[in-house]
Design a protein around this ligand. Structure first.
Ligand code: GAL
Length: 847
């Protein structure tokens, strides 16, 4: 019996599309243009060393994307990696959104236009300090669901979304197998540890996920990160601060590092982590010398958690991450430049790295050489000194090398050092936030939220209810309101010793209002989101209104079954010191209201803000809790990134022209140990911290593209009672640039000049100073050739100093956008201390 020919005409469109996709996927898998072997990914028949960086598209604006991608390319990246953010794409079940900051296809196409590859980590669980780890909140309420395990409803939903994304990429021709930029995908995220905890159902789910993904026939490999038992052909990969110890689970899989953490995330109340560039470069060089061929910086640009997208709870709005591109998309120097130099050095070694396995030669107790030699004669060597305290003098191939502590020297010809991870040729830059002056500042109008306003949306029930179950996360806010009757005989009415209210909440923050007055607040932290408010409350004889405003600060994104974690006032909630002793309020009638009145009225938007009477500027009172403020302003001139300095405020949210710039909470001060930190020695996220004692986050990014030339609407909702009159708009600029270079420090440029035969003697390094476009060098703040000490921003002269250290910079740099000065004694009036190892430190002011 012959098969009937299938014609599209006879089929509904969806079926036709499915058939086309199935046929296509069969074709893709047979002509896969990306494959792998033990050494590397193979693209169109060629092994490649690939340098990748994470840029999450919703953490910046589409207007910023081309510039970010271009700067990544200039920084030496081959690949851009991103997660796919399910809850951004399917905010309501079955209602999809792929526009604005969620225009995934546009983002991937921009990567292609820039000539780069893409790594699409579909997840759809992504962790990422993103609200609910990327899961839409409605998913939790699908009957019978259990996340990330062998559960029918969950697997069905996960497969549906994964397929949707893969099909979308295919239709747009975005896989490399179709001529597109996507060379790699990812399913799940760091499932290994959870699988271990869950046992058999975990294992079954991991296998299912891998099979489901592979079955989608993308024509490019899939990875599972932190998943030691990832089934073939899925590649298991490493995430961490160091991954040189990692080996894939099969000898025929390449060694891939999906998350090389460039810094760490920040939580409200915590100090701000940073990771020295020397240590990051060292960790990458360690990985490459051990045969790694693919490294992805997590994050290359961290960006901003706009709106209510941050997870945690308590993750800050800034997701800067100390990444090579800062939150605003500007180069973070010296990190960006130091990594760029590293990438060039690695690429010079690529032929040898890909052609052979390394031979390890011990050079001392803590010193090793890793040597790669190809049959065609190329040779590359990495000389490592793991000693965190001392320089190492080593001999390699009859030559002597002096390797700084905790560093690796890269020798692309097995002879000459072109790069050392602890020696920065790149300039560093100090940034500043310059206020943009608007006459007397913003001219505010205000609108007060009534703390206990009941309306049609209020409902009453006995007892205390879980918050997310009620709000479904449409708002951070949930009111818990109840009445308390106080008898005229109460002793405290005479003694003046107020009763104490104790209210226990599963998280995350709570404001207590008694008869309309703010009585106090309490809040948790990322480590312990739970809180108990305990404080004296001013009750009067008769009926008192207790209103508890419970606030979520981002839903959890990690942990076993984090979807079951609770928030809100779950009790016990009691009054103490009454005549009866303790009165338990937990089981009496409570009224609930989701969100704020101002949210119902969309006061943050242009249209909504005109729906109420605002108090005019002259009457606005400060330090009033639960207050909405609005002001209009014109866009500041220039192209520098903008931010709001919110240091005078407490806690709340802010919007520009209806777009949420996120949650602000400068009143939450950073705690931690901010002692000086040395790049040498093992790094972890607590090692290097800054901003202790200051607001964890003071500045909030205002994307330029959200502004019109005039008449922009700024709306702020303040919970605690901050001072809006001291909010200011600032622009982010380069303040000063520095170079800190040793004489005879090897550089790649000099090596290239020597190997090309253009020069035949060792060359001096050069100090490059470069202000941002549109700026010029206005003065030299510091210059010393000799033995200067300190770092950019705090250089000081050492015991040896050339008196003419400033001269060359005064002459060559002032008035210029950038300049170059050779680090040689002759430039500074002669050698100030022969036979001492000297360096140049210089700091120039950009204006
Ligand atoms: C990883 C995770 C990322 C991110 C990171 C910390 O374990 O895969 O999504 O959460 O930790 O920033």
């Amino acid at each position: 019996m012959g098969l009937k020919p299938v014609t599209c005409k006879a089929m509904p469109v969806t079926v036709a599309l499915a058939v086309v996709l199935i046929l296509c996927s069969l074709v893709f898998s047979s002509m896969a243009s990306v494959s792998y072997d033990n050494k590397a990914l193979i693209i169109n028949g060629r092994r490649k060393i690939l340098i990748s960086g994470s840029i999450h598209y919703p953490r910046s604006t589409p207007e910023m994307w081309p510039d970010l991608i271009q700067k990544a390319k200039e920084g030496g990246l081959d690949v851009i990696q991103t997660y796919v953010f399910w809850n951004g794409h399917e905010p309501q079940q079955g209602k999809y959104y792929f526009e604005g900051r969620y225009d995934l296809v546009r983002f991937i196409k921009l990567i292609k236009e820039a000539g780069l590859y893409a790594h699409l980590r579909v997840g759809p669980y992504v962790c990422a300090e993103w609200n609910f780890g990327g899961f839409p909140v409605w998913l939790k309420y699908v009957p019978g669901i259990s996340f990330r395990t062998d559960n029918g409803p969950f697997k069905a939903a996960m497969e549906k979304f994964t397929r949707k994304i893969v099909d979308m990429m295919k239709v747009e021709g975005l896989y490399e197998s179709q001529g597109g930029p996507i060379i790699l995908s990812q399913i799940e995220n760091e499932y290994g540890p959870l699988e271990y905890e869950l046992g058999a159902p975990g294992k079954a789910y991991a296998n299912w996920a891998a099979k489901m993904a592979v079955g989608l026939g993308t024509g490019v490999p899939w990875v599972m990160c932190k998943q030691d038992d990832a089934p073939d052909p899925v590649i298991n990969t490493c995430n961490g601060f160091y991954c040189d110890y990692f080996s894939p689970n099969k000898a025929y899989k390449p060694k891939i590092w999906t998350e090389a953490w460039t810094g760490w995330f920040t939580q409200f109340g915590g100090a701000v982590p940073y990771r020295p560039a020397e240590d990051l470069a060292f960790s990458v060089a360690r990985f490459i010398q051990k045969g790694g061929s693919y490294i992805n910086y997590y994050m290359y640009h961290g960006g901003t958690n706009f709106g209510r997208t941050s997870g945690g709870p308590f993750i800050t709005t800034s997701y800067d991450y100390d990444a090579p591109l800062d939150e605003y998309g500007l180069l973070r120097q010296p990190k960006w430049g130091h990594l760029k130099d590293l990438h060039r050095a690695i690429k010079l070694c690529e032929p040898a790295l890909l052609a052979s396995d390394a031979t390890m030669i011990s050079l001392g107790n803590y010193q090793e050489a890793h040597v790669f030699k190809s049959k065609t004669g190329s040779c590359a060597a990495f000389l490592a000194n793991y000693d965190a305290h001392s320089f190492a003098k080593v001999t390699f191939g009859n030559l002597h090398y002096n390797i700084p502590p905790w560093s690796i020297s890269i020798l692309p010809d097995c002879k000459n050092t072109v790069y050392n991870t602890a020696r920065m040729g790149a300039q560093s830059a100090e940034m500043k936030m310059t206020p943009v002056v608007y006459g007397a500042g913003f001219s505010w109008q205000s609108f007060n939220e009534e703390p206990d306003s009941y309306d049609v949306n209020t409902f009453t029930t006995m007892g205390l209810m879980e918050q997310i179950n009620i709000t479904r996360d449409v708002s951070d806010y949930l009111w818990y309101m109840t009445d308390v009757k106080i008898d005229a005989n109460e002793e405290f009415l005479r003694s003046g010793k107020y009763p104490v209210l104790q209210a226990s909440s599963a998280g995350h923050a709570l404001h207590v209002f008694i008869n309309g007055q703010l009585s106090g607040s309490a809040y948790g932290s990322l480590e312990s989101p739970k809180l108990t408010f305990s404080g004296g409350v001013n009750l009067r004889a008769g009926v008192n209104k207790i209103a508890l405003l419970s606030i979520a600060v981002g839903l959890p994104n990690i942990g076993p079954h984090f979807e079951t974690w609770k928030a809100g006032v779950l009790g016990p909630t009691s009054l103490y010191n009454l005549n009866e002793g303790r009165r338990d309020l937990s089981w009496q009638n409570w009224s609930y209201k989701i969100g704020l009145k101002g949210e119902d009225l969309s006061l943050h938007s242009l249209s909504g803000s005109s729906s109420v009477e605002w108090v005019t500027s002259s009457m606005v009172t400060q330090r009033q809790p639960l207050t909405w403020y609005k002001a209009t302003f014109n866009a500041p001139y220039g192209r520098e990134p903008l931010a709001l300095d919110m240091s005078s405020m407490g806690k709340g949210q802010a919007w520009i022209n209806g777009e949420s710039i996120g949650r602000y909470w400068p009143a939450y001060k950073a705690s931690g140990n901010c002692a000086a930190c040395n790049y040498a020695g093992w790094f972890n996220e607590k090692k290097c911290l800054k901003s202790c004692g200051e607001p964890t986050q003071r500045w909030y990014h205002v994307p330029r593209s959200w502004l019109k030339p005039t008449g922009n609407l700024l709306v702020v909702f303040e919970e605690w009672g901050g001072d809006p009159f001291h909010i200011s708009m600032v622009k982010r600029e380069v303040a000063t640039v520095c170079a800190d270079i040793y004489e005879w420090q090897p550089t790649l440029v000099n090596w290239q000049l020597q190997t090309s035969g253009k020069v035949n003697k060792p060359l001096r390094p050069k100090a490059h100073l470069s202000c941002a476009p549109g700026q010029h060098i206005s003065s030299i703040k510091f210059a010393s050739f000799g033995t200067p000490e300190g770092s950019c921003g705090s250089f000081r002269q050492g015991s040896c100093h050339a008196f003419h250290s400033y001269d060359a910079f005064q002459k060559l740099c002032i008035g210029e956008n950038s300049c170059t000065v050779t680090v040689a004694p002759a430039m500074f009036g002669g050698d100030p201390c022969p036979s001492v190892m000297k360096k140049l430190s210089v700091e120039a002011v950009c204006s």
